[in-house]
Design a binder for this molecule. Structure first.
Ligand SMILES: *[C@@H]1O[C@H](CO)[C@@H](O)[C@H](O)[C@H]1NC(C)=O
Ligand SMILES: *[C@@H]1O[C@H](CO)[C@@H](O)[C@H](O)[C@H]1NC(C)=O
Ligand SMILES: *[C@@H]1O[C@H](CO)[C@@H](O)[C@H](O)[C@H]1NC(C)=O
Ligand SMILES: *[C@@H]1O[C@H](CO)[C@@H](O)[C@H](O)[C@H]1NC(C)=O
Ligand SMILES: *[C@@H]1O[C@H](CO)[C@@H](O)[C@H](O)[C@H]1NC(C)=O
Ligand SMILES: *[C@@H]1O[C@H](CO)[C@@H](O)[C@H](O)[C@H]1NC(C)=O
Ligand SMILES: CC(=O)N[C@H]1CO[C@H](CO)[C@@H](O)[C@@H]1O
Length: 908
């Protein structure tokens, strides 16, 4: 689920055509006061070239790792607004810049429930901990009002602060790379009294919607602070490509917005709209990565309010303009040699992705809805009859009584614990949906109100709105006290989960979606914990909600990693949840756009994502469904899902040859689970991506910077087919390495475009020469049942006659890996010798790890002529293993090595 389409059909939109209305529900920039005012200001100030902002040099204080002072907004000699700022030099060569507003002399009406200060807490949710400061910086104050700060390990970066025009320039090797306020769009709308109406306007400002909102249902917004936006322009010098700032159904390399809408970040329940759009979606990660050959930078805009971002391509530069409705300016500039390092530095600040339970990397079978216990168990059994592995079956809202969460409809699910126990017999997990809206008048919402944990209206009453169950309250998960309440609902002596050990949770509708609200969400003057308007922290609500669910499951299971799927997310969400791209259409264009969307999620360090396989709305053709499975097996989160009005489409329904092809695809995912799990470990440990855009592997090749329909997963180059009727695909080989077809091992080589046969049964996937891929090749019904299966290692020998790979293994479900109970090992091939050695930690790993097959791919199998056997050495002992040729590869069968130790195999 879901969208609110059904509800809107029935109620809100009777006056307007349903299909016409979708886009019109959401504000354009010119319908949004703060966006329109800042775009206007930018246009005017470019003409007048006036400058109102400068640093009061007397106010500067140079601390250990922090430079602070006052930026003044000067109307004239007598009227100045003080904007305290701070520059922090962080570790990993990052610079953090914050600007607040001194509101001390402003008298907010004493009756107001609200905090007077600007909201300054987004970082507390986004960052994994307090950022680490780096003491290493040097200041040389020069004469003409410039302050030069040098920083970095060898002081290779510099920050130039132009005090008179207030501009910040980050340089590397003496060349300017990132310039803040390059075009003087910096703007802080200072606080002013409502009864003054429109005082203190600069000549370049407009008063459009300062104290009112003229957009549709937003008209009731009380705007108690009036205009209070923040904005700044940031230029990336010599960078033609910028990426990131999900979630948008758009290209990976972001587009120029000069003559379109800006990209908007405002978490909303959006549905069924066109692809290639800058409209806001369900989640927001305000990290932009800019890349050019030799250097990458990142800009992290730490703000949870409604935000618009303009992008302008200007010669070889990209110029951006960041506009948020309120809060403080809080941004971090990252700089490094490669885009992967930017992702890692951002991960060091905000936390890496959780290490998921292994089962959650398997196949998820979902639809709205599996109707009752019998339906669930029949689907489960049928998967086994067709020998299609799967790990998780899902329940959408209909399992409840009248969509009251934490209840089960007794007619359909008389004994949920019994059902879950049956699923557990074959290692399967149930995921059930729990949303943040709680229907009025039932025990859970009564308790919520009793504990005073609901979102509040601007008058301090419990906020009520419409959602699935009708009139509802919303839990305020900004309030730390909500955690205990939430824990109780999930506890193992609650009626909901009982003592089941295989129940995990789907958090949907947590933008939050409010059917009766403006832009499908809460009014902006709703109040959250701490007496802030949700105007300030709206985009963070979804994160606080799924984090509360994570906390509740963690306490329920004590030592098991919770699996949470969330629709809404913010920077930091990667620490506790997976995401999916929401309510797709069953159309080829949506299959196609899923790839750049998920690559973007990887760039911004939230790799655990997927799109609904098959598409959510409508009925996919058999061909589309099949191609979607073939693409979906590469999504880090692999789930099929369908709308309640769509026909059943479990993989066996299409019939042959489709069912066979889908089965093969799902089984390929299962064979590659060791690879996916290893990639997730490396992501959780080092901040690596899981799906790797080509330009991450080849950051100096400009011809790859825009490629968004191919990617790597470890050593595999993947190009899913996303065109109807395709019999071939064009694949772009990024380099001159050998690439081996993953099924028949035939070689393609030579940088550039290649045409590859891709009939329906074919997934274009290649082992890149120089890599070693771990697999488990035996079919089992679920990942848990594969636990003790032996490994296959595919050694794809590269042009240098070498190959390398890694493998991570742990118990797949607990936190014991945190105390060393894991194996992380690496493999190398070098000119006829294969060896393995443990990499680190793992004091607590016990047990042996067996290999049933080593498969060596070489460009010309003749190089193995003259070898007769393999000589294996481990722990001082030696023995022999037989070799054979198979389809142009060399097989070493059952070499009897134990991967948990060091070993070596020589061809002799
Ligand atoms: C960030 O800096 C810390 C301290 O210097 C270092 O330990 C860490 O490895 C760095 N992280 C990255 C991703 O470079
Ligand atoms: C300075 O600007 C303020 C705000 O616009 C205005 O109220 C005041 O009259 C101005 N003073 C002078 C001396 O121009
Ligand atoms: C319930 O959870 C607690 C820990 O929160 C655990 O000690 C207890 O054994 C669990 N009970 C059941 C029936 O699973
Ligand atoms: C291997 O598969 C590819 C792609 O389908 C095809 O083009 C090629 O001819 C095949 N090679 C062999 C040796 O069968
Ligand atoms: C590779 O191994 C062969 C013997 O198997 C040897 O003749 C040759 O010199 C080796 N090449 C390199 C580069 O070590
Ligand atoms: C060799 O290739 C054929 C055709 O792709 C395949 O059916 C067969 O299973 C392969 N042999 C092995 C041992 O993998
Ligand atoms: C991956 C994918 O197809 N995503 C689409 C899902 O549906 C939303 C609209 O609800 C589209 O915007 C996405 O492009």
């Amino acid at each position: 689920m879901k969208s609110w389409s059904i509800f809107c059909l029935l109620t809100v939109l009777l006056a307007q055509g349903v299909f016409a209305v979708k886009k019109e529900l959401f504000k354009r920039c010119d319908q949004s006061g703060f966006c329109q005012r800042n775009r206007h200001y930018a246009k005017e100030i470019s003409q007048t070239k006036n400058n109102y902002y400068s640093i009061d040099t007397d106010s500067l204080i140079f601390g250990q790792s922090v430079i602070s002072g006052i930026i003044q907004k000067s109307f004239n000699e007598t009227f100045k607004v003080n904007l305290p700022f701070e520059i922090q030099v962080l570790e990993n060569d990052s610079i953090r810049f914050k600007v607040d507003e001194d509101r001390s002399s402003f008298d907010l009406k004493s009756t107001s429930l609200l905090e007077k200060k600007r909201y300054d807490e987004a970082w507390k949710y986004a960052f994994a901990q307090e950022p680490k400061l780096s003491a290493k910086y040097q200041v040389s104050d020069s004469l003409d009002g410039h302050i030069a700060v040098r920083y970095g390990k060898s002081l290779e970066y510099s920050l130039d602060i132009d005090t008179a025009s207030f501009q910040l320039t980050v340089s590397f090797d003496g060349e300017p790379q990132v310039v803040l306020n390059d075009r003087t769009f910096f703007n802080v709308e200072h606080i002013r009294a409502k009864d003054q109406q429109v005082p203190n306007m600069l000549p370049e400002e407009t008063d459009f919607d300062t104290f009112r909102d003229s957009f549709k249902d937003s008209k009731r917004d009380t705007l108690p602070f009036g205009p209070e936006s923040i904005a700044v322009d940031v230029s990336f010098k010599g960078f033609r490509h910028v990426y990131g700032i999900p979630e948008h159904a758009d290209t990976m390399s972001l587009k120029d917005t000069t003559s379109s809408e800006p990209y908007r970040l405002y978490n909303v329940d959006i549905f069924e709209y066109e692809t290639n759009s800058k409209l806001p979606m369900y989640g927001a990660i305000p990290l932009m990565v800019a890349h050019k050959s030799g250097l990458s930078t990142g800009l992290f805009w730490v703000n949870g309010a409604d935000t618009f971002i303009d992008v302008k391509k200007e010669g070889t530069d990209t110029q951006t303009h960041w506009i948020s409705e309120n809060g403080v300016i809080d941004l971090v500039i990252f700089i490094a040699k490669t885009p992967q390092e930017i992702t890692k530095n951002y991960a060091a600040l905000t936390g890496t992705t959780q290490l998921p339970q292994l089962f959650s990397l398997g196949y998820h079978q979902c639809r709205w809805n599996y109707n009752d216990e019998d339906d669930v168990l029949t689907v489960s059994k049928t998967m086994d009859e067709y020998e299609i592995p799967y790990d998780v079956i899902w329940l959408d809202v209909e399992y409840t009584v009248e969509k009251k969460y934490f209840t089960w409809n007794p007619a359909h699910f008389p004994d949920p614990e019994r059902m879950m126990a049956k699923l557990d017999e074959t290692g399967r997990t149930l995921v059930a949906i729990i949303d943040p809206h709680l229907k009025l008048d039932y025990p859970v919402s009564d308790e919520l109100v009793k504990h005073d944990l609901a979102l509040k209206t601007n008058k301090g009453d419990n906020f009520k709105g419409h959602c699935w169950p009708g009139e509802s309250y919303w839990i305020d998960t900004f309030n730390p006290k909500s955690q205990a309440f939430w824990n109780d609902q999930f506890s193992n002596d609650s009626a909901f989960g009982g003592s089941a050990i295989n129940l995990h949770i789907w958090n949907d509708m947590n933008e939050p979606s409010v059917f009766s609200g403006p832009e499908t969400t809460t009014p902006k003057d709703v109040i959250t914990h701490g007496n802030f308007e949700i105007r300030s922290d709206h985009n963070i609500y979804g994160l606080t909600y799924h984090q509360a669910t994570y906390g509740a499951l963690k306490q329920r299971y004590v030592n098991k990693r919770p699996f949470i799927l969330t629709r809404s997310y913010f920077a930091g969400s990667q620490r506790t949840a997976a995401m999916w791209t929401g309510d797709n259409m069953s159309q080829w264009s949506y299959l196609k756009i899923s790839l750049p969307m998920l690559l973007t999620q990887n760039i911004v360090n939230m790799p655990f994502g997927g799109a609904d396989v098959g598409g959510f709305f409508g009925d996919p053709s058999k061909e589309l469904l099949t191609r979607w499975y073939q693409a979906g097996i590469w999504y880090p989160f692999f789930r099929a899902h369908a709308h309640i009005d769509s026909r059943r489409r479990e993989p066996w329904i299409a019939g042959e040859p489709y069912t066979d092809i889908m089965r093969d695809a799902v089984r390929l995912r299962y064979r590659l689970l060791p690879l996916f799990y290893t990639k997730f470990f490396e992501s959780s440990k080092f901040g690596d991506v899981v799906l790797e855009p080509l330009f991450y592997k080849f950051p100096d090749d400009e011809s790859l910077f825009g490629i968004e329909d191919e990617f790597f997963v470890g050593g595999l180059l993947v190009k899913p087919v996303t065109d109807e009727g395709a019999q071939t695909v064009e694949i772009h080989l990024p380099d001159d390495e050998v690439y081996y077809d993953h099924e028949n091992y035939s070689v393609v080589q030579g940088k550039g475009q290649k045409t590859i046969a891709a009939p329906l049964e074919k997934i274009p996937v290649f082992f890149r020469g120089g890599t070693i891929t771990p697999r488990k090749d035996r079919y089992r019904r679920s990942s848990k049942l594969m636990k003790y299966d032996p490994y296959t290692l595919v050694v794809a020998v590269g042009t240098q006659n070498k190959a390398h790979g890694t493998l991570y293994i742990d118990d797949g479900e607990t936190f014991n890996y945190e105390s060393g109970e894991y194996l992380y090992t690496s493999f190398d091939y070098d000119n006829g010798t294969i060896s393995g050695q443990a990499l680190e930690g793992q004091s607590g790993f016990t047990g042996s790890v067996t290999v049933e097959k080593l498969q060596l791919l070489v460009p010309d199998i003749k190089v193995f002529n003259g070898f007769h056997k393999a000589s294996v050495t481990q722990d001082g002992a030696s023995w022999e293993a037989s070799i054979s040729m198979d389809n142009g590869s060399l097989i070493i069968a059952n070499p009897k090595v134990d991967l948990s130790g060091s070993w070596r195999i020589d061809l002799v």
